[in-house]
Design a protein around this ligand. Sequence first.
Ligand code: KG4
Ligand code: ZN
Length: 339
Amino acid sequence: MDITILGIESSCDDTSAAVIRGRTLLSNVIASQDVHRKYGGVIPELASRAHQQNIIPVVDTAIREAGIELKDLDGIAFTRGPGLLGSLMVGVSFAKGLSLSLDIPMMDVNHLQGHISSHFIDLPDRQLAHPRFPFLCLLVSGGHSQIVLVKDYGEMEIVGTTIDDAAGEAFDKCAKVMGLPYPGGPVIDKLAKEGNPKRFKFAKPSVDGFNYSFSGLKTSFLYFLRDEMRENPNFIGENKADLCASLQSTIIEILLNKLVRAARHYDIRDIAIAGGVSANSGLRRAIVEEGVRRGWNTFLPEFKFTTDNAAMIAVTGYFKYQRGEFAPMDVVPVARISR
Ligand code: KG4
Ligand code: ZN
């Protein structure tokens, strides 16, 4: 029988545990923390506390739903970073304790490699389409916007990255300006469906290479609203859907522009997207359309693997286990990873 790995994810505000056998997912449990909603963003201190409360019941449920016992585990994969240090520490310490008590190895996982590796997961009842190496992955989340050249399971090169805000941050910050709840991405996505994406124009960045920038867009959006509201204090309320649709289509255009250039430069046709923003319906549609035009094989993650989850950490751990890349007992979490 293939090896069985427990994955643990606690880098931000979701506590998640998953069990994978080989690369087939047996369970994936996610406890999201609602406590942050009323603050309009994640409060690190509250996040660590909630992870501490959630981690044992979440792991317990993942083991039970997988139909296995703790003694059946061959290894434990955990997110080492990047993320909130206090949150990461809960997962890392838990993994160490369990690894010691079961006498099985641990694999430390880079959260961003995890998001990309969600494309390697299989489901028990269904084999998913996997991109072939080398492929390009547009990784767009709340903290990162990168174009990654994926050469093998553990060999990934960042060829473009944001020089300021991430795409998810642009969604969330602009949503906040409009008085929409956190996280703003899904709310904008929903409202945009009723709006006209061509109604308003916002500043697009000019950045070198395959890099991104989103802080100018945020500022341009803010100033535009401020000016309009001088004339009409109800401007946001009266134009919410068009504002969301126009903002979303600008973000998508910025993202696709560099991705198309990178695909041409590296002469690659297998193109994937990953990360929280890859749940965006407009981005998913746009990338498929672009793919049809350019002869790409496009790979969209299942919705449940777009935002933070432990399944992606477990599958990354599985490949590390096979390569014999184990973490030492004195491993510590890292808030930033510079690769
Ligand atoms: O990957 P993720 O769960 O956490 C990080 O690692 O950052 O990504 C969270 C981000 C948030 O900024 C959220 O607004 C965004 O993903 N997001 C979306 C959608 N769903 C989540 N953005 C746009 N459209 C969506 N449907
Ligand atoms: Zn993430």
